[in-house]
Structure formats: C-alpha cells, structure tokens
Design a protein around this ligand. Sequence first.
Ligand SMILES: [Zn+2]
Length: 247
Amino acid sequence: MINKGDDPSLAAIADIYAETFARLDPTRGSPDINVRFYPYIDINHTIRVRNGKVFVRIAEICHDMPIEAHRSLANILVRKLLRKKLSPDAEKPYSDYIRSVEVRERADESKRSRGRKVVTDPKGQVYDLNEIFDTINFWYFGGKLEKPVLTWSPRKSYHILGHHDSTHNTISVSRSLDSKGVPLFVVEYVLFHEMLHIAHPAVHHNGRRYHHTSAFRRDERRFAHFNEAEKWIENNVWKLRRAAKKR
Ligand SMILES: [Zn+2]
C-alpha cells in the first residue's frame, strides 16, 4: 500500500537509512536494514539492532510521508541509536510533517462534529472507558492516578488508536475500538498506554521531547496481556480499516 502514487517505497526508505548510517558512522560499513510501517498506538517510531541487522519501525500514520521528512526522521532515529546530538534544523522537515498530520486530524474531527454537540461520553456502544480506567488504575497504579476527561474520539481513526492531551487533561481512545470485534484486553492496553503518559510526563533532553522513555517502555511491559495486545493490533488494525472502507 505504500507503493501507490509518489510515496517512497520501503526499499527507497531503507536506502535513506543506509545513507544516513554511512554518513554518521563512516568507519563502519552500512548495516542490513529492515523497514516496516507499524500500527503503533500513537505517533511513535523505533530503531533496534538485532544480530547485526537494523530494524526500523515507522508509525503507520507516516505511510504517505514525503521523502525529505523520511530523510529527517532517519537522521533523528540513527542519531538516537548512535547517541549523537541532533540539530533542530535537521529535525524540521519531519516535525513540520507531523504538525500537518495533527492539524489535518483535528480539522477532520471538527468538520465532522460541526453543528452538533461533541459527544464526550466515556460510555461507548460496547465498552465503558470509565469502568476500564478504574480497573486499570486499581491493578497497575494502586488506584492513585487521577482520572482525566475520558472520551471516545469523534472519528474512527485507524492511524491513532489513543491520545493523551496533557494541556486539556484528556485521554481519547479511537472509536474504531468500541466494537464487539475488538477484545477487551486491547482496549485496556490502549487506555493503559495513555495512562502511562500521565504517569510518565514527557522528558526534555537536548531540546527534544521524549514521550516514550525507557522507563515508560519498561512499565508498558507490565501489562498482563502485553504480547497478545501488541500482536492483535499488528494483525487486526489493517482488517478493521479495510472493513470500514468497504462500508
Ligand atoms: Zn504513546
């Protein structure tokens, strides 16, 4: 699906990473690189080395990102891996793109909700976010997390499954998950992830904001159905989206 139109292919993106490695670490030959788009809960990308091979996972929402933004993201991720400092200039094409995506998503939401009251009822057709919050809070946070405003997103987003807005103290979960076809542990996992954003506020370092710190990642793995939930999202979000498109 990423080969349509002018979107760069996975091979072209992998080449960008190879060039970035060669430029930032010329003493080492450029490694084998595997790039995939991945349906993360929110806007998030990871880079890992396993058996001498580099695995890059890019948030699915960036599937139609232009090539300059990919170059900029490669620079961010490879520098992070090599523990090199980043200049704000180098980050700009990527952060501009992300800002435009966020603006687009918000514009879509307000277009859809114009002329009618925005429903912020945490009780969906299948799942009640209030109830789920209380359960997760009890088991994983000792009941100590203060309840934010909980809401289902007005729009059924398949790109962003959850969002924590610290300015408005709100957690929203994509309405696409309020469905009988989605297991409870998946909704719990998405809400748990967003609750971790409250427990682990963003960390500022070298002029950058880190939302998914290593402490965040460690805590995320405490979720009882972590592997199942990750696997479910990886295998099923595409299907949900395809089914919705057909309707
Ligand atoms: Zn997150």
